[in-house]
Design a protein around this ligand. Structure first.
Ligand code: MRU
Length: 350
């Protein structure tokens, strides 16, 4: 179940605000529409917004009028900055946009058509690498799952949040495909209900047993030994392993440690921000109050009452059992395992 397709100069996105009631494809033919779709969460999930941003910049390149190559590159940078300003927390957005801009700069001695071709090829590569990476995460992570396990997850780290297959749900899929009898507890994930609406939808479609639980039930199910492990995705992982993910993840991680239940992060290496040393440096998006005051258009909070709506929290590394990436499983101490990974990727550079 892919949430996005780029064909004939149009980016088609499954409108995730409408699931599970309706499957509507939202079409973007201009980069401004892609930026708005990311901001409005028509497309969401760290790897998926990265890929959408990459295709969005490609669309924007087609809108640039100048024939001057230097001005063209400047315009591409401006478009990338505009797309990057949509959501602050998931690093994949910045990583993917920078990959496209760097590809354009690398080809800036060539014609504008060639720069555009190179950018589109790079966007397609980001998309394909994500799917391959998720399959690898699934293969590695499923080794940690036993038949009979109940896996608790939060938010949606599935096909819909990636280019396909998913990270946390990639592990669930791989374990299920390997014939393991597993079951998922999907936290509903207030306020946006990614768990109740999207995770439950995906797993039901695939015939994987799932129970939706309210967020405040997680502790009960852990304390009564009805959960064997927790697996969640990530929006940004600092160099010491501190991990930003959907609001509520931190509480689940603390409960897991209290109850001696393994707590795993599943994420591609593109979610690691090697430039930051710890989680306090991760910007946390605060979204519109209406997401809290209303559920599916229905007001549940008295009019005029103030609310807060941080969309993410940071789980300190001490609560994380392992980080399952497409380049291997990382174990504590994370500063060291992530440091070794950085060495493999960049030879120690930035
Ligand atoms: O606000 P969202 O829905 O974009 O938040 C998504 C999450 O927090 C996911 O868990 C994360 O992006 C990982 S998706 C593979």
């Amino acid at each position: 179940m892919r949430p996005l397709y780029f064909e004939n100069g149009v980016l088609r996105l499954i409108d995730q605000t409408r699931l599970p009631e309706e499957t509507i494809w939202h079409e973007c033919s201009a980069y401004e529409q892609v930026a708005k779709a990311i901001k409005d969460m028509i497309i969401r999930g760290a790897p998926a917004i990265g890929a959408a941003a990459a295709y969005g910049i490609v669309l924007g390149m087609g809108e640039v009028k100048t024939k001057d190559r230097t001005l063209f590159v400047e315009e591409v940078k401006r478009i990338a900055e505009e797309i990057k300003s949509t959501r602050p927390t998931a690093v994949n957005l910045f990583w993917a946009a920078d990959r496209i801009v760097n590809k354009v700069i690398e080809n800036s001695g060539k014609s504008i058509e060639e720069m555009m071709e190179a950018a589109l090829a790079e966007a397609r590569q980001i998309d394909e690498e994500d799917v391959t990476g998720n399959r690898k995460i699934g293969e590695l992570g499923s080794e940690l799952i036993r038949s009979g396990d109940t896996i608790l997850t939060h938010c949606n780290a599935g096909s819909l949040a990636t280019c396909d297959y998913g990270t946390a749900l990639g592990i669930v899929r791989a374990a299920h495909d390997a014939g393991k009898q597993i079951r998922v507890f999907a936290c509903e994930t207030r306020p946006y209900l990614q768990g109740a609406r999207l995770t439950a939808y995906e797993l039901k479609e695939d015939g994987i047993p799932v129970n939706v639980i309210c967020d405040n039930m997680a502790g009960y199910f852990m304390y009564t030994r009805q959960v064997n492990c927790c697996i969640v995705g990530a929006d940004r992982i600092a160099s010491n392993g501190d991990t930003a993910n959907k609001i509520g993840t931190y509480g689940i991680a603390v409960l897991a440690k209290e109850n001696n239940i393994p707590f795993y992060i599943a994420a591609p290496v593109s979610t690691i921000d090697f430039r930051i040393s710890c989680g306090t440096q991760i910007p946390i998006e605060e979204r519109d109050a209406r997401e809290v005051t209303h559920i599916r258009g229905f007001r549940i909070v008295p009019d005029g009452v103030n609310v807060r709506n941080p969309a993410f929290d940071v789980t300190p590394n001490r609560y994380i059992t392992a980080i399952i990436t497409d380049m291997g499983i990382l174990y504590p101490p994370f500063s060291e395992s992530i440091g070794r990974l950085k060495e493999r990727l960049h030879g120690g550079g930035a």
